[in-house]
Unconditional design. Structure first.
Length: 363
C-alpha cells in the first residue's frame, strides 16, 4: 500500500535504523487536531504521537499531512503510535495566524508540486499570489498557478497574461471544472507517485478541482457568495488523496492569512527580475546607502514614478520585505528575552547557593 503513496528506495534506506527498532513506515494522509490517519502496509490506521515525541517536538516538528513516519502498529485495533519523522524533502511553513509571539506552523510535507489556486473572479489578486509564490519557492516544491472558474471569466487570456507577469518561473493554467477546460493539461503534471498540494483562499474551487481530477466526488463543495465572490470553508482538514492516475493530491483548508516565515530565498525567487532591476537602478542613486524610500536623488523611486519600474510589484516587494524584517526583529527580541530570563534564573540559583554555603560556614 505504501508504494502507492510514494514509498521509494531512498526512503527505504532512510528507514533502516527505524526498522531495526521494529517500527513500521507510514505516510500521514490526514491530520486533524493532533489525530492522524496513516497509510501503512497493514492498511489505513488511526494514530497519535508518542509521549516522548510530543515532549521533544518543536512547533514545526509535529507530523503534518504528507509526512513519512516511523510507527508502532496495532492492526487488530486499527491504530498506531508515531515515534519519529523521516527527513522531509520539502516543507510548507507559514507564520501561525493570530496574536502573540511568532511561531512557525508546518502545513504540508514532501510535496513535489504546489498548485497555487486562484479564482478568475473578483478574488484574483496578484499581490496575494506573490505571497503564495514566495512560500512555495521557499518550501522546495515547484509552484504551478491554477486559475479556476475560467468559464465565468470574459477575458481569460488577459488574466493569464497578468498572472504570468507576476509568476516568473511558474507555469500558469486556466481551468474550468464545470466545462473541463484546461483539466487535461493540468492532469499531465500529476505523475504517479508524486504529490501536489493545493493552496489558496476559501471559495477558489480547490475541493471542486480535486473532484474533477479524481473523476468522482471526494470532497464536499459549496457555492461562492454572489455579492463578494468569496466562499466558505468546505475543507476543514488537510487530506492526501490518491488519484486514479497514481498521483497524490493534498487538499488544504482555505487560508485567510498566509504569514511569511523564513522566506528570504522564496522572495528572491518570486521577485528575482524586480530585484535585478532595482540593483541596476540603485547604482544611480545619489546616496550609496539609499533605502529607496524618500531619499532625494533616488533612482529607484524615479523609475517607479516614470513607470519604468512596476509600481504595484514594487509596493508588494517592499511590503513583504518589511514583513520579514519585522518578524526577524520580533524573533530576536524573543530570543534576547529568553536569554535574559535564563541568566536571571542562573543568577538567582548562584546567590541561593552562596547563601547556603554561608550558613554552613557560620554553623
Amino acid at each position: 500500500m505504501i508504494h502507492s503513496y510514494g514509498w521509494s528506495e531512498r526512503l527505504q534506506q532512510q528507514f533502516e535504523p527505524f526498522a531495526a527498532r521494529g517500527l513500521t513506515p507510514g505516510r500521514v494522509t490526514v491530520q486533524q487536531r493532533g489525530l492522524y490517519r496513516l497509510a501503512t502496509e497493514a492498511g489505513e490506521l488511526s494514530a497519535e504521537v508518542s509521549g516522548r515525541f510530543a515532549h521533544e517536538a518543536g512547533e514545526a516538528g509535529y507530523p503534518v499531512t504528507g509526512d513519512w513516519v516511523a510507527c508502532a502498529t496495532r492492526p487488530e485495533e486499527g491504530a498506531a503510535t508515531i515515534h519519529a519523522l523521516l527527513p522531509r524533502r520539502s516543507l510548507f511553513v507559514r507564520k501561525a495566524a493570530g496574536p502573540g509571539q511568532p511561531t512557525a506552523q508546518a502545513v504540508a510535507a514532501n510535496v513535489d508540486l504546489a498548485f497555487l489556486v486562484m479564482s478568475l473572479n473578483a478574488d484574483l489578486n496578484p499581490r496575494r499570489l506573490e505571497r503564495y509564490l514566495a512560500v512555495a519557492w521557499e518550501s522546495g516544491a515547484q509552484p504551478v498557478v491554477v486559475l479556476t472558474k475560467a468559464d465565468a471569466c470574459d477575458d481569460v487570456w488577459g488574466a493569464v497574461a497578468e498572472v504570468e507577469a507576476v509568476a516568473v518561473g511558474a507555469d500558469v493554467h486556466a481551468v474550468s471544472a464545470l466545462s473541463g477546460e484546461g483539466l487535461e493539461d493540468l492532469s499531465v503534471r500529476l505523475r504517479p507517485g508524486e504529490t501536489a498540494v493545493l493552496l489558496g483562499s476559501s471559495g477558489v474551487g480547490k475541493s471542486t478541482l480535486v473532484n474533477a481530477l479524481a473523476g468522482r466526488d471526494l470532497m464536499a463543495t459549496a457555492a461562492i457568495r454572489e455579492h463578494d465572490a468569496r466562499g466558505r470553508h468546505t475543507t476543514t482538514h488537510r487530506e492526501l488523496v490518491l488519484l486514479p492516475s497514481g498521483a497524490l493530491l493534498l487538499d488544504t483548508p482555505g487560508m485567510r492569512e498566509l504569514g511569511l516565515w523564513d522566506a528570504e530565498a522564496g522572495l528572491e525567487a518570486t521577485f528575482g527580475d524586480l530585484e535585478r532591476q532595482i540593483g541596476a537602478l540603485a547604482a544611480e542613486c545619489r546616496y550609496r546607502n539609499c533605502g529607496h524610500r524618500s531619499e532625494p536623488g533616488c533612482a529607484v523611486r524615479l523609475a517607479v514614478e516614470e513607470g519604468r519600474l512596476d509600481e504595484a510589484r514594487w509596493k508588494g516587494w517592499v511590503k513583504l520585505q518589511r514583513e520579514l524584517a519585522h518578524l526577524e526583529r520580533k524573533e530576536d527580541q524573543i530570543a534576547r528575552e529568553a536569554h535574559r530570563r535564563q541568566w536571571i534564573a542562573i543568577s538567582k540559583a548562584n546567590r541561593a547557593e552562596m547563601r547556603r554555603r554561608g550558613r554552613e560556614n557560620e554553623g
